[in-house]
Design a protein around this ligand. Structure first.
Ligand SMILES: [Zn+2]
Length: 199
């Protein structure tokens, strides 16, 4: 499968199976599965779930490898405010927010649009925010082999917000740093740049 492919053609067998499960869930929570508005809900929910977890079928390393270019530029490259939509693996409820990613090239740069694609590949799985951060960091680090890489993710978790477990508006921040970003000055420069409004 091409790493760029969005899963828009659904495996009929799997879709039907997931659809059956959703149908049972709708029934189990006390709804009437024959009600007009719900008739096609199990199939829609199945397709939505398969779309939101299509990252299992995609290879983030291949996406990066397909767009690496030799380049002597060796200053920090920052991609700010990448939208993140994922599903927490504990409740299968969404968590969403922004990722900020930087790397310092070491002979190679990568097409800028590929970094958000890498985020999507790992986000479209059942995740915890900590592992999502780590997956993105390690993928860029091992594929691009830059002089440094930094990943910060800020996200709100629906399992906390909707269930009222903790403060409703709390945002969880996770971060990971490799190479030159392990030095406090480089890390601070990155953190300053992502917190300032450049526009
Ligand atoms: Zn959760």
């Amino acid at each position: 499968m091409s790493p760029y492919q969005n899963l828009e053609e659904y495996n009929i067998e799997i879709t039907n199976e997931v659809k059956e499960h959703f149908s049972r869930i709708v029934d189990d929570i006390g709804e009437d599965i024959t009600r007009e508005g719900l008739v096609n809900t199990p199939e829609r929910a199945a397709k939505a779930m398969l779309f939101l977890t299509q990252g299992y079928k995609q290879d983030a390393t291949e996406i990066l490898k397909g767009a690496m270019f030799e380049e002597s530029y060796d200053d920090m490259v920052i991609i700010k405010d990448i939208e993140v939509y994922s599903l927490c693996e504990h409740h299968m409820l969404p968590f969403f927010g922004k990722a900020h990613i930087a790397y310092i090239p070491n002979g190679h740069i990568v097409g800028l649009s590929k970094i958000p694609r890498v985020v999507d590949v790992f986000a479209r799985r059942l995740q915890v925010q900590e592992r999502l951060t780590h997956d993105i960091l390690e993928c860029i680090n091992s594929t691009l082999q830059p002089k440094g890489v930094a990943v910060v993710i800020e996200a709100a978790h629906m399992c906390m917000m909707m269930r009222g477990v903790q403060k409703q508006n709390s945002v969880t921040t996770t971060s990971g740093f490799r190479g030159q970003f392990e030095k406090i000055e480089t890390r601070n420069e990155f953190l300053k740049l992502i917190s300032s409004d450049l526009s």
